[in-house]
Design a protein around this ligand. Structure first.
Ligand code: FNR
Length: 348
């Protein structure tokens, strides 16, 4: 019996028909006004045989973005179009969460009315911006308490809009070096106020976002993605980071969240700053609820991981781009098509 194909009861509200999750993947195929397109309806509907779809990162406000053509969830036109997507997924008996996103410093004044991107602290980022020609990351500025409050509020509104659009829940994007993750790592958080210096302060912003969303739509409809190891968007791990994530995960046990999801491209990697554990093993150690692992898993590794109780659900990203019928192929034991980057050019 293939464990990947067994049902999983996430909570009283949500039962997944199998253990396979579609990982959130930015496609940058929305309109210039951040509205999903017709192609996106079919793209998600085609993949609704998995237990849960998590959509691409979706911005909570116009200034939450790091490039163009990202979908949003802050106005009626966006809600209406997402509604067509969720309706079609539901008519195929699927479940779908919206990943809600603020990039923080991983942006550029070009997208922000010439203002510097904000982060927990003023930092410098280097490197070319993906999917943009001749545009480079640079200086960010420290978010004020007013701005922080405003962003927390925008996350809660985004969660509410997601429910209006028919989503089964939201996944807070707390991973991969974006805004929430920037608060969680010492490398990017040098604040001296209630959001900095000590682990419970570094975890404060993440917890406030979780609380604001949960209070608005119910905690059983809220998941969060986390990257306890520093690995993407120039986050460098610090030995003290593990205290922040340990505190955060223990606090998350107090809310009956839908799940915690590992944000990683390769979950085989172990991190010195996490006592040489992988990210999913670290999350499993401190978090008592459902864990979704993700990051370069083979089907066999995913099955073994669930069998050995290392995690409850497995998310696949690139395999889902290459194989819209991934679940069907797993059922029939058919060979998978390999992913390659050129597949990102079209949305199918
Ligand atoms: C991603 N990933 C990602 N993660 C996330 O939390 N939000 C996002 O919007 C994106 N965007 C994105 C775009 C593309 C094109 C790829 C390939 C990946 C990361 C993704 O969810 C997943 O963690 C990785 O792809 C690793 O899983 P696989 O692909 O090895 O199964």
């Amino acid at each position: 019996m293939n464990l990947l194909l067994t049902e999983y009861k996430l909570n009283n509200l949500l039962t997944l028909k199998n253990r396979i999750v579609m990982a959130p993947m930015t496609r940058a195929h929305a309109t210039s006004e951040f509205v999903p397109t017709d192609e996106m309806i079919d793209y998600y509907a085609r993949r609704s045989a998995c237990g849960l779809i998590v959509t691409e990162g979706t911005i909570i406000s116009k200034d939450a973005r790091g490039h163009e053509n990202i979908p949003g969830i802050f106005n009626q036109a966006q809600i209406n179009k997402w509604r067509l997507i969720t309706d079609k997924v539901h008519s195929n008996n699927g479940l779908i969460f919206l990943q809600i996103w603020h990039v923080g410093r991983v942006s550029h004044p070009k997208f922000l009315n010439n203002n510097l991107p904000i982060g927990p602290s003023a930092t410098l980022m280097s490197g070319k911006i993906k999917r943009e020609k001749d545009l480079y990351y640079g200086q960010s500025q420290e978010a004020s308490l007013f701005e922080i409050n405003n962003i927390i509020n925008n996350f809660a509104i985004a969660a509410q809009n997601a429910i209006k659009a028919g989503f089964d829940g939201v996944e807070i994007h707390g991973a991969n070096g974006y805004l929430i993750d920037q608060f969680l790592h010492y490398h990017t958080n040098h604040r001296l106020d209630v959001y900095g210096e000590v682990p419970h302060n570094l975890a404060r912003f993440a917890i406030e976002v979780v609380k604001a969303c949960g209070d608005t739509i119910g905690f059983d409809k809220v998941g969060i993605r986390l990257s306890p190891g520093g690995y993407l968007n120039e986050i460098v791990g610090d030995p003290k980071d593990q205290l922040v994530f340990k505190y955060l995960l223990e606090q998350l046990n107090n809310y009956k969240l839908a799940y915690v999801h590992t944000g990683s491209f390769d979950d085989h990697k172990t991190y010195q700053e996490l006592d040489n554990l992988t990210m999913s093993d670290f999350i499993r150690k401190f978090y008592k609820g459902a864990v979704i692992a993700c990051g370069s898993y083979t089907l066999i590794e995913a099955q073994n991981g669930i069998e050995n109780n290392k995690f409850d659900l497995i998310a696949f990203g690139r395999p889902f781009i290459a194989n819209y019928d991934l679940v069907e192929k797993i059922k029939l034991n058919k060979k998978l098509i390999d992913y390659n980057e050129s597949m990102l050019n079209a949305i199918y």
